[in-house]
Design a protein around this ligand. Structure first.
Ligand code: ADP
Ligand code: MG
Length: 262
């Protein structure tokens, strides 16, 4: 059974792209078939996987969305899915920013991404969607298309207010659009247990949400190697497997696989 997970938080810099990239890689280490979907018009997931010139790509997620909006047939999967050694990718480029505007005026606008990804469920154990930092139509499409959500939170910011806003959108989607949607967990990123700010962020999130929402045991530490691995177009697991961030994402993958529900 395929599970589609949206990695979402309207705050930029929370660790969404890093988590999509490295959790996907870590899931593949456990024998899972994984597709990572770059669903951000800024295409940083594509770039950080070494696809630095996606403007020249014939079919990105924006093109597929545009075709689906116009009710045209999609190209063959082999034309738009990229294979890497460990997982597959659906690339993005700037096309996706105009797609968002096209969505506004059409019927069933929340379900366009869902119509694309449902056809891929048979090919994967996990499909991870890297969301853009907003609460706009693209994120709503991602929340309508997925089974669950992972919410990365930067431990260096007291995040409660931003999370409140995200959860309000989540509840709207849950009530009206995707009634089986659930939050797989809140993930603390760039966590440093020695700093007061990390400890305080964790305490706040635990107090505010811990009784109703899973907070992953695994916390992702901070390392400059994350940026270096992006530069090399590699996951942190392939770049420096012994790095604490690599180890943490492998642990997170185990938590995700073994998750038994709320
Ligand atoms: N665990 C980490 N340690 C150090 N830097 C990180 C870590 N996770 C993310 N970063 C850096 O923080 C920035 C924002 O991360 P990113 O994953 O792009 O966030 P988002 O997708 O939520 O905007 C990037 O420059 C990334 O390299
Ligand atoms: Mg991002």
């Amino acid at each position: 059974m395929c599970e589609i997970i949206a990695v979402a938080n309207q705050k930029g810099g929370a660790g969404k792209t890093t988590t999509t990239k490295n959790l996907g890689r870590a899931l593949s280490e456990n024998g899972k078939k994984v597709l990572e979907v770059d669903f951000d018009p800024q295409f940083s997931l594509s770039t950080s996987l070494g696809y630095t010139n996606t403007d020249s790509e014939q079919f990105t997620i924006g093109d597929l969305m545009d075709r689906a909006i116009e009710m045209k047939e999609l190209p063959d999967k082999e034309e738009y899915i990229k294979h890497t050694a460990h997982f597959d990718i659906l690339l993005s480029n700037i096309v996706l920013s105009s797609t968002e505007m096209k969505l506004v005026g059409i019927l069933e606008r929340e379900y366009i991404l869902k119509s694309i990804l449902d056809d891929l469920r048979g090919d994967y154990d996990y499909i991870l969607i890297d969301c853009n930092p907003s609460l706009g139509m693209l994120v709503i499409n991602a929340l309508a298309a997925c089974d669950s959500v992972i919410i990365p939170v930067d431990s260096n910011y007291l995040a409660s207010k931003g999370l409140e806003l995200f959860l309000r959108t989540f509840i709207r989607i849950l009530k009206r659009i995707n009634t089986k949607l659930y939050i797989k967990g809140i993930l603390l990123t760039k966590f440093n247990g020695l700093t007061n700010i990390s400890k305080k962020t964790f305490r706040n999130i635990n107090e505010s949400y811990g009784s109703g929402i899973n907070i992953f045991e695994t916390k992702i530490p901070s390392s400059v190697k994350v940026g270096e691995s992006d530069d090399q177009g590699l996951s942190i697991i392939d770049f420096t497997p012994e790095n604490p961030v690599a180890i943490a994402y492998l642990e997170l993958a185990k938590e995700v696989i073994n998750y038994v529900g709320q």
